[in-house]
Design a binder for this molecule. Structure first.
Ligand code: 4AD
Ligand code: MG
Length: 464
């Protein structure tokens, strides 16, 4: 009898049929009349299946009565209509096979409430909880929907390198990759570390963004996107920063900032629609237990247009705001998360796309606007998170790009291949990066980014 996942079994109504399932016991309750109820979960769906294990089973006394929370079993039995009010179906066991017990004295995931902080310390077991199972399923759905979204719009999936020599953001937040013995690296004549002797014959790092490589392919294949891990050695201990996170970076040739903003809006709205349509049970759970109003909020995102304002307008609004901010704002300053959230949550009550930021606070590759002091950049801000997308039209004019790099103290010779795009068949082009974990936070209501990635990497934390 082939084993079936609970998400299918729970939808069946062919009572009397024989069914095989397997999973982990959530609870065992024994009735006075000599049989037991086992609540079984296999992670394929939020709901558990109630299994009735009769006292007449050959291993009832010796094995079934030893089952506790966390034990793994396989069950074959008859699908029956449930007399109770919970699930419409339950399983009357004909055989129960025990794969592994879980010592109740030692197994940390018991039925009682357990904090997210504690669960981070046992991240290898947290997917067995309702919350982390649901996060994993929504995360998967968003990844799948991402590939579908871009594929349907003729974007090619590009595998950008993970090890790189270039700092795409020019922010100096890169992790070094080396095979040197830290205690005794080869030295050059001046006594410095001789990186020329290292594995790659030059300094190498983990990528902060696949954008520059994506640009090279967009400037040949029209539309591409990356979806891969990126790394930032920034010492940010916030609920929305990770040292290792996944980013989706589409890049389009023959496109400007407005096209870029349209694509970002379309993408975020399509993904909200996808999870509403495909993860109903899990979203209802998050709405009930994590963020009341989540489903209605996502419906609003899927159904209505985003607000669009310029950075200059945003500053104007923030300067007039009555809310006391921790960080002061004035033209030229970075938008802090409190400012972003004020705009999207308080002022507009929906996602906001902010465009045309000051040159001084943005990366060297962004296209300079005619006013000379702003660039064709955009950020998408969403309620509860703030910035979820950062993007721009790229500087396609070689002389301006070189001037940008010079003004930002960057050596464009290192990026000779990037400059070549402007030498040979240059074209207006644009793209953005969306932080995948922030998207998962947005769609689940989970407060801390450490709880939407299986094994979070943050300053002073790389357990597992
Ligand atoms: O705004 P960022 O730094 O933009 C870039 O990296 C561009 N190269 C993207 C592009 O135009 N192709 O990062 C993009 C997004 C942010 O909006 C945020 O959602 C996410 O990546 N992000 C982080 N997510 C988690 N932890 C961090 N430390 C993050 N830094 C950025
Ligand atoms: Mg940004």
């Amino acid at each position: 009898m082939p084993r079936q996942l609970l998400k299918y079994v729970l939808g069946r109504r062919d009572f009397g049929a024989e069914v095989s399932v397997a999973g982990w016991v959530r609870t065992r309750r024994d009735s006075k009349s000599g049989f037991s109820f086992l609540e079984l979960n296999d992670g394929s769906t939020l709901a558990s299946l109630q299994v009735i294990a009769d006292g007449g089973l050959p291993n009832y006394r010796d094995e079934v009565l030893r089952l506790t929370t966390g034990a793994a079993i396989a069950v074959t039995g008859e699908l029956v209509e449930s007399p109770g009010s919970g699930q419409p179906v339950e399983l009357r066991a004909r055989s129960v096979t025990v794969h592994g017990y879980a010592d109740p004295e030692a197994y940390p995931i018991q039925k009682k409430q357990i904090t997210y902080e504690r669960l981070r310390e046992i991240a290898h077991l947290r997917p067995r909880t309702n919350t982390f199972g649901a996060v994993a399923r929504v995360r998967h759905a968003l990844a799948y929907a991402t590939h579908r979204f871009f594929h349907e719009r003729d974007f090619l999936y590009l595998h950008a390198p993970i090890i790189t020599a270039s700092d795409a953001e020019g922010a100096g937040q890169m992790f070094r990759v080396t095979t040197f013995d830290p205690a005794a690296p080869p030295r050059d004549e001046a006594g410095g570390v001789d990186w020329g002797e290292d594995f790659f014959g030059r300094p190498a790092f983990l990528t902060v963004s696949g954008q520059l490589e994506a640009e090279t392919y967009a400037c040949a294949l029209d539309r591409v996107y990356t979806f891969g891990p990126t790394f930032r050695a920034e010492n940010s201990n916030t609920r929305r920063h990770l040292a290792e996170f996944w980013m989706i970076e589409p890049e389009m040739a023959f496109a400007d900032l407005a096209d870029d903003a349209d694509l970002a809006e379309d993408y975020v709205r399509c993904l909200a629609r996808y999870v509403l349509d495909h993860c109903g049970d899990d979203l209802a759970f998050f709405d009930r237990r994590v963020q009341p109003g989540l489903v209605a909020m996502l419906e609003g995102v899927a159904e209505s247009a985003f607000q669009r304002i310029t950075y200059t307008e945003a500053i104007d609004i923030l300067e007039k705001a009555e809310t006391p901010f921790e960080f002061p704002v004035s033209w030229g300053s970075e938008l802090q998360s409190e400012h972003e959230r004020h705009l999207t949550e308080v002022v507009f009550g929906r996602p906001v796309i902010v465009t045309d930021f000051p040159f001084e606070i943005k990366a060297f590759y962004m296209r300079r606007n005619d006013d000379g002091r702003t660039v064709a950049a955009m950020d998408v801000l969403v309620p509860g998170i703030g910035e979820i997308v950062g993007g721009s039209q790229r500087e396609e004019r070689l002389d301006v790009l070189m001037d940008n790099a010079r003004r930002k103290g960057l050596d464009l010779d290192l990026y000779w291949w990037y400059a070549d795009l402007r030498r040979f068949g240059t074209v207006p082009h644009a793209g953005f990066g969306l932080g995948f974990e922030r998207l998962v936070q947005f769609c689940t209501g989970m407060q801390n980014i450490r709880d939407v990635i299986p094994y979070p990497r943050t300053p002073r934390n790389a357990e597992f």
